[in-house]
Design a protein around this ligand. Structure first.
Ligand SMILES: [Cu+2]
Length: 82
C-alpha cells in the first residue's frame, strides 16, 4: 500500500523483475496535485479518488529504476526493479 498525502509513503518500492507487480495507491487528501499517479516507463496512469485504494498492475521485465509521479511531476517516488 502506498499512501498518497503530500507525497508517497513509502516513496521507494523494490520489486523483482519477471514477476507481476500490483501497486495499491491510497490517496488521503483532496489536494489536486496528487489526483493522478503516472508510471510513465510502463505507460500506466490512474486517477486516485480520495479514500479509495487504486491498483496499478504491470510486469517489469528487466532490472532498473523507474519514477512514479503525480501528473505534474511534483510528487515523486521510485520503483526499483531488482
Ligand atoms: Cu502534482
Amino acid at each position: 500500500m502506498i499512501l498518497v498525502k503530500g507525497g508517497y509513503t513509502p516513496d521507494v518500492i523494490v520489486v523483482q523483475h519477471g514477476k507481476p507487480v500490483r501497486l495499491n495507491f491510497r490517496r488521503e487528501e483532496t489536494a489536486a496535485c496528487s489526483e493522478m499517479v503516472v508510471l510513465a516507463d510502463f505507460n500506466k496512469s490512474a486517477r486516485l479518488p480520495e479514500g479509495e485504494t487504486v491498483p496499478i498492475e504491470f510486469l517489469p521485465e528487466k532490472p532498473g529504476e523507474h519514477e512514479f509521479a503525480c501528473q505534474m511531476g511534483m510528487l515523486r517516488g521510485k520503483l526499483v526493479v531488482e
